[in-house]
Design a protein around this ligand. Structure first.
Ligand SMILES: Nc1nc2c(ncn2[C@@H]2O[C@H](COP(=O)(O)OP(=O)(O)OP(=O)(O)O)[C@@H](O)[C@H]2O)c(=O)[nH]1
Ligand SMILES: [Mg+2]
Length: 295
């Protein structure tokens, strides 16, 4: 996939990913085609867009005749949004209920959960947002809300694949491929038509593992940092991406803090000793405490 695409193309591509109706998808795809690179190396890419256009042309016509789809989105909250996906009756609700310690409807028949449900999962001094996605099956992507549910997954920070047995994997793989989501990535990024996302497979034997949330948090690729002013340490940590620096903390507190920055003092895993003085480029670690001094 050629990467030297124009800004206009990137904007059109974003519009395509965020579109919630086939009509909007079609509009965005046409924009993508008109702004795509014209050189020979991009021929495959243009052919792919053309193919998508003809597909959505059909779908958009059908959509016009049926009722409008309702919005099934869930607002992001907490230190990271984790989605639970799996086949029907694979134990998604059971796991979400265990981790959140809250009630979730569980039943021994299939398709108990028909719309996304969220429960906050407490972990030490933070909360993660757990979201159960209705069961995935052969043909899920093409189903009424399939693309919208995949939109939710795409927008999340981490995917947990809940498995009763490994037999379920081929179906899941096929549906995720249709949605252009690759789950074999260490971090989340987007390239060409594909969304790369971090994920983790969980089977029923792992359910009682108290270390599970810890493991999920580590794989989320984020860190939490508490700020300090004088003797007071803020209770609620700031959530940052892994490899974040003091500069990122300063930026989050106040936009003037970078200009006025004198030095910072740090405590915790990234500090050589308590109250070590560091500059803006110092890389932080999970559970650090930072105090910023300004001019
Ligand atoms: N033996 C055993 N049964 C389990 C375990 N976890 C879940 N179950 C059972 O598996 C069934 C499925 O549970 P749910 O949690 O509702 O599954 P789900 O994936 O949310 O199902 P849908 O929402 O219908 O897609 C229930 O009957 C649970 O009691 C487990 O660790 N061991
Ligand atoms: Mg369920």
């Amino acid at each position: 996939m050629p990467t030297n695409v124009s800004i206009d193309y990137k904007i059109a591509e974003r519009e395509y990913q965020e579109a919630t109706t086939d009509k909007d998808r079609l509009k965005a795809l046409r924009k993508m085609l008109s702004t795509a690179p014209t050189h020979k190396g991009a021929e495959k890419m243009r052919a792919h867009i053309r193919k998508q256009i003809s597909k959505y042309k059909d779908l958009a016509q059908k959509e016009g005749k049926t009722k409008k789809v309702k919005s099934l989105s869930i607002k992001k909250e907490g230190a990271g949004q984790i989605v639970f996906v799996g086949l029907p009756n694979s134990g998604k609700s059971t796991l979400l209920s265990k981790l959140s310690k809250k009630h979730v409807e569980i039943a021994d028949y299939e398709f108990t959960t028909t719309e996304p449900i969220q429960r906050m999962i407490p972990f030490e001094n933070i909360k993660l947002q757990g979201v159960e996605i209705p069961a995935i099956y052969d043909g899920f992507y093409e189903s009424e809300n399939g693309r919208q549910f995949f939109g939710l997954i795409r927008n999340s920070d981490f995917v947990i694949i809940v498995l009763k047995s490994k037999d379920g994997l081929p179906i899941l793989k096929k549906e995720f491929e249709k949605a252009n989501i690759n789950l074999n990535s260490k971090s989340k990024y987007h390239e060409g038509f594909i969304d790369y996302m971090p994920s983790m497979k969980i089977t029923w034997e792992d359910f009682d593992d108290q270390k599970l949330i810890n493991k999920i948090w580590k794989k989320l690729d984020r860190i939490r940092v508490q700020t300090r002013a004088g003797r007071k340490v803020a209770e609620k940590p700031i959530i940052l991406n892994r490899r974040a620096t003091v500069r990122d903390v300063a930026k989050k507190i106040h936009k003037d803090f970078i200009k006025k920055f004198k030095y910072a003092k740090i405590w915790g895993p990234s500090a050589k000793f308590d109250a070590q003085q560091v500059g803006l480029e110092h890389e932080l670690k999970d559970n650090d405490i930072v105090e910023i001094f300004i001019k």
